[in-house]
Ligand binder design. Structure first.
Ligand code: SF4
Length: 972
């Protein structure tokens, strides 16, 4: 059936003209549809059409590409059964397994995740109008000429034949079932009449190369052949056409008419002003740099408050991001708390909903065989309840966490049951008892999932379990409706997956397979979130093209987001994909730059750009697209977004609206924020003011030198570090073990009458150390004991720590007369400083003091890692000073002098590291350390605990990163 149609390309100068052209095409829009990239874009366009055209009595259909197929399917006289994505995946799994049997052994495993990638690849092929046979032919031809006999090539050939065979099997199964997917539907749409045909279509997206949500060659082909479609108008900006789309669209649509859209009611060359920050030297950067994403929103809130914008102005402003998360989550605490009204409407990943995380927690607990961390997360989940609705105190869960860690519980239901039968009787264990009972109940309930079972049964069982153990939602909770909606979607998806597997493919699944399938299922689904009715629009860059705004701020301009990273194809390299018609990265990047340039010129009045330097506390680089801003040539105006003080003040405490005028959640936030102290106060930056003097351990003061805030968290707040659940020992436990082993060895050595370790008794020392080590390791699991044994005693490949200790002593000529092991140094000591002598109160314990026959002593400190930087070291030199004072009366009236101080370091390139390179340096090293010590004590007494590590990389492994708000912004 041939329908005469008019296919036009309407070229527009920029996005304001783009919107006006669409609005003109939609006037009197009976049976007209507009194709947009996303549901959020549809919302923005509908709003714009109302603004430009007045009320929409004959509103056009505003559809995404998927919705267009749904709509066309629904309009067929006899619509075929259309498979859901879940059903397609189940059929594709069965097809892949049957194809895999033909090509066994395959060089890879057919996992459900791989089948998803296969279907993504299949869809892409078919949308690019490739047939399966042609795909196989093209790849085999390309590979055939590059070298048969090569193992890599043979592997690719097998993969290609497997994929082609699986795709054919999938297509056969679809036809056998009388059902269709998007590709079979396209054929039906072209050959069958519709009950209510679509007559006019306005296409406002480009192709898939220029637009991630754009049309493919097969879609363009459909538009040229769809019965009764009379006109297709493609509206596109000049910039996007120039990026390569113009050449391509003429290929997709031969005979395309072209014209420049006539747009009235707009001043020619009207361009927004770029709001730039003022720099210290008076020049202007073109973008604002914030600390992180939260501060970007705070800076915008501050600007709106400073400018005293009216509500009408809020409605004409937009914040534009590439990805909605985490901006949509940050909005209530920033814009909302400042009383800046905002409106958001976007499809977020369902997996980002808190209740979806609860499903993950359940699966994680089973997959890890109930490891301590996973079990504790299960008990702490606010969405789940394994206690018949009663809640367990968080303190009891915390106590259970500590007790299980102390008992070295690493998982396994039978081990937990055994521990419960012999539960300790100490205070923490008693406090943990109620939580233990709930943990046991949860484990018993989940144990059955460890037995492999039919996929449909496993999924249905999971849905039943969740339904039963979702915690009842409290009445009056403002978030209950959203949570309920998410729960309903999750259960519906799980039951849909169970039904798809029961109908099409029902293999036996382990918990790992169940977990992977459920995570993928939730990860693919989106969840429409909408809030507020007016205010600043929070939209992504695709939707922003459709909104009429006066003021736009583009946020999150960092690398890998602007532009987005391309999705990698897991099957073929770029040259092979090119043979199949895949676009080049150059074309994609050119289109992304064109969209960005369009967006810069989209608002009527002003535009501002922000980037940031820390993402989840990790440094990030700004977007390279910012380099293109100057080329757009916008007029500029200098105005401070407030980013320079964003880290030191809370703009949200400055009143904009009286709290009573705000809606409920914003009101609560506003009251809370305005009633609390200013973030500029020194307390928020580690300055607590004078503290009462007290005695400190020298090792704690050494921590202060590494990072004052870490010292504060550890020694003033006494925060405990999270226990680790490693199969091997954590550094703290290993440190204890090594110290205990060497203390025990030297005590036994001395008790046996040995003195100095020399070449002649080295063998005896080795035997004795072996015995001591074996005794210490007896209670450890074999794997862990083996590692520690090798570390201390060495192996045929490398010497152990013991050898380093022995050799260091055997090489020294002066005999040892006595050893003081784990020697306490406590009380008042005199430190010599630049301002004279000063008495300080200290605590410490020297690992080892060897008193030598010449009246000197050797001080030894075991270090598990690298020795500290000598210019920051405290423990060894200060112990040396303190020991000289304490040993004054030891063994008669002899005066013992520090002769040598060494680190025996088990990390770094050298085992034995002296504190001072030569005796002449001794006095200077000790003098500097004493000065450092009193300076540190003074800083502690002044209450100065800024988060300023001596090395920023320290933060990567710091246990207190979660409670530390670092002040530095990538410039340390
Ligand atoms: S995270 Fe960094 S700044 Fe914060 S306490 Fe740890 S080391 Fe100090």
């Amino acid at each position: 059936m041939i329908t005469l149609r008019r296919t036009r390309l309407l070229r527009v100068a920029d996005l304001p003209d783009f919107r006006r052209t669409i609005s003109v095409l939609c006037r009197g829009a009976a049976r007209r549809a507009v194709l947009v990239p996303s549901r959020a874009a549809a919302i923005e366009l509908t709003r714009t059409l109302v603004e430009l055209n007045g009320s929409l009595t004959e509103a056009p259909l505003v559809l995404t590409r998927d919705q267009l197929y749904d709509e066309l399917h629904a309009r067929l006289e006899r619509p075929p059964i259309r498979l859901s994505a879940i059903e397609r995946e189940a059929i594709a799994q069965a097809a892949a397994i049957s194809a895999g049997d033909r090509f066994a052994p395959l060089p890879f495993q057919i996992r459900p995740g791989l089948v998803v990638e296969m279907m993504r690849f299949y869809d892409q092929l078919r949308r690019q109008s490739q047939r399966v046979d042609r795909f196989e032919e093209l790849i085999v031809d390309s590979l055939g000429s590059t070298g048969r006999g090569d193992r890599g090539v043979e592997r690719l050939l097998t993969q290609t034949r497997f994929l082609a065979s699986a795709f054919r099997a999938y297509e056969r199964r679809l036809i056998e079932r009388g059902s269709c997917d998007e590709h079979l539907l396209r054929a039906r749409l072209i050959s069958e009449p519709a009950r209510q045909p679509l007559r006019h279509l306005v296409v406002s997206v480009a192709d898939w190369i220029a637009d991630p949500a754009g049309l493919f060659p097969a879609d363009f082909d459909l538009l040229t052949r769809l019965p009764h479609l009379q006109s297709v108008d493609i509206v596109c900006t000049e910039a996007v056409l120039r990026s390569g789309f113009h050449e391509r669209v003429r290929r997709w649509l031969p005979g395309l008419e072209e014209g420049v859209a006539e747009v009235s009611g707009r001043l020619p060359f009207a361009r927004p002003t770029l709001i730039c920050p003022a720099t210290k030297d008076g020049s202007a950067d073109l973008w604002h740099t914030c600390r992180d994403r939260e501060e970007e929103l705070i800076a915008i809130a501050r600007r709106f408050k400073q400018e005293g914008q009216s509500e009408a102005n809020f409605d004409r402003a937009a914040i534009v991001f590439k990805h909605p998360l985490p901006y949509l989550y940050l909005a209530p605490d920033t814009l909302g708390a400042a009383g800046v009204p905002y409106h958001l409407s976007d499809a977020l990943p369902l997996a980002a909903e808190p209740v979806a995380a609860a499903v993950d927690v359940v699966i994680d607990a089973i997959e890890t065989r109930f490891s301590r961390n996973a079990l504790i997360a299960l008990l702490r989940s606010p969405h789940l309840c394994f206690n018949d609705g009663a809640s367990v105190q968080q303190a009891a869960i915390g106590a259970l966490d500590r007790t299980l860690s102390n008992l070295r519980y690493l998982g396994d239901a039978s081990r937990l049951e055994a521990l419960a039968r012999n539960w300790p009787n100490d205070r923490a264990a008693k406090e943990a008892a109620p939580a233990l009972q709930v943990a046991l109940a949860a484990v018993r309930r989940l144990l059955g999932f460890l037995e492999p079972a039919a996929a449909a049964d496993q999924i249905e069982q999971l849905a039943v379990l969740l339904e039963r153990h979702f915690r009842p939602l409290p009445e009056g909770d403002p978030l209950a409706a959203r949570e309920l909606r998410a729960r309903v979607i999750i259960l519906r998806l799980l039951r849909g997956l169970a039904a798809a597997h029961a109908a099409h493919h029902n293999p036996c699944w382990s918990i790992d397979e169940l977990g992977a399938a459920v995570r993928r299922l939730l990860g693919q689904e989106t969840f429409l979130v909408e809030s507020g009715t007016g205010g600043i629009r929070l939209v992504d860059d695709q939707a922003a093209r459709y909104g009429e705004y006066n003021d736009v701020t583009i946020v999150g301009l960092v690398e890998n987001e602007w532009p987005d990273e391309p999705r990698r194809n897991v099957f073929y390299s770029s040259p092979l994909l090119k043979a199949l018609g895949w676009p080049s990265e150059k074309d994609r990047r050119a289109a992304a730059d064109a969209h960005f340039a369009d967006l810069l010129q989209s608002p009527a009045d002003t535009i501002a750009l922000t980037t940031f330097t820390l993402d989840d506390d990790s440094p990030v680089a700004r977007s390279l697209q910012l380099d293109d801003v100057s080329r757009v040539g916008l007029p500029t105006e200098t105005s401070d977004l407030g980013t320079d003080v964003a880290t030191t003040s809370d703009p949200l405490t400055e009143e904009l609206l009286p709290p009573d005028a705000l809606p409920l959640p914003a009101h609560a936030w506003s009251v809370m924020r305005t009633s609390r102290s200013s973030a500029e106060q020194p307390q928020f930056h580690g300055q607590l003011g004078p503290q009462a003097s007290r005695s400190w351990s020298v090792s704690a003061l050494e921590t202060y030198l590494a990072c004052p805030f870490k010292f504060f968290a550890q020694h003033v707040l006494r925060l405990e570090e999270e226990p680790d659940d490693e199969e091997v020992m954590d550094p703290r436990r290993r440190g204890q073990l090594v110290h205990e082993v060497f203390e025990q060895f030297f005590r036994t050595w001395q008790a046996a009458g040995y003195g100095q370790i020399t070449a002649s008794n080295l063998e005896a020392a080795r035997r004795m150390l072996t015995e001591v080590v074996e005794r210490s390791l007896a209670s450890l699991p074999e794997g862990e004991a083996g590692l520690e044994r090798t570390r201390i005693l060495g192996s045929s490949a490398a010497a152990g720590l013991g050898e380093a200790v022995f050799r260091m002593e055997a090489e020294r000529p002066v005999p040892v007369v006595e050893r003081l092991l784990e020697h306490p140094l406590r009380g008042r000591f005199v430190m010599e400083t630049a301002n004279g002598s000063r008495v300080v109160e200290l605590r410490g314990k020297a690992d080892r003091l060897d008193l030598l026959a010449d009246g000197t002593f050797r001080l030894i400190d075991y270090k598990l890692g690298w020795p500290p930087d000598r210019t920051r070291a405290l423990q060894l030199p200060i112990y040396g000073v303190c020991a000289e004072q304490r040993l004054a009366e030891h063994r008669g009236d002899r005066r013992w002098m520090l002769g040598e101080a060494v680190y025996i370091a088990f990390g770094g390139p050298r085992r034995v590291v002296p504190l001072f390179a030569q005796p002449a340096d001794r006095d200077e090293v000790l003098r500097a350390a004493q000065q450092r010590l009193v300076d540190t004590l003074d800083a502690v007494d002044r209450g100065e605990f800024p988060p300023s590590p001596d090395d920023v990389y320290r933060c990567e492994t710091c246990s207190f990163a979660a409670v530390c708000r670092k002040d530095y912004v990538g410039d340390v």
